[in-house]
Write a protein that binds this ligand. Sequence first.
Ligand code: SAM
Length: 221
Amino acid sequence: MNKKLTKSRTRIRDHGEVFTPDFIVENMLNLVKHETERIDSRFLEPACGHGNFLIKVLERKLDAVERKYKKNQFDYERNSLIAISSIYGIELLDDNVQEARKRLYDFFLEKYKKLYKNKINQLLLDNIKFILERNIVQGDALTFKDKNGKAIIFPEWSAINGIQMQRRDFQFGDLAEFNPKQPTLFAMDVSDDGKVVFSPQPIKEYPVTNFLKLMEQENVK
Ligand SMILES: C[S@@+](CC[C@H](N)C(=O)[O-])C[C@H]1O[C@@H](n2cnc3c(N)ncnc32)[C@H](O)[C@@H]1O
């Protein structure tokens, strides 16, 4: 449980670190309720702290996965990975980043174990950890740079059909130049008159692969 809303006065002063209480998170997410329950809708929180919003988005998505797919473990696993891969965060402070990733991972693991007890697929868990490490990034959301001063890169994970996924990497700086009328992550926007107004280009495209081979794929040159 992470109910404390502050860690220290210094951190409040230096980083404005005051976490959002659960009831406000829930109320805010209710404003986009339908999207929070859509398994593959993408969420990015640019100053995510230790994940108070991200964890609630994950909870809602996993509830939807469970409702639809729990009778079939394979479908549950595939859709859980899609749900997790659609959640993104940026955070300045290392301990918050570690905590956010761990909270999301542990939350999934608990649900997964409860459902399937001793039939746990370690490869799924490894891929989920791998995705969380890429989706929740330590960096500065204002300069678009990561902790090493390099451009923040986010992978877009797209379910292709059945068990296949495709990864495409984008620079956050390019994604942030969104159409303020209708911001989206990765996807292009279409204006009222039908024109494409925003279409960021990936800096890298990976071949389509099995959803349990995403981690392995990164290491293939
Ligand atoms: C007010 S807290 C909110 C945390 C979280 N969004 C929540 O609602 O619980 C702001 C967080 O943003 C982080 N932060 C401050 N400036 C940032 C920046 N330029 N880029 C990314 N994170 C930043 C702080 O470290 C802190 O964890």
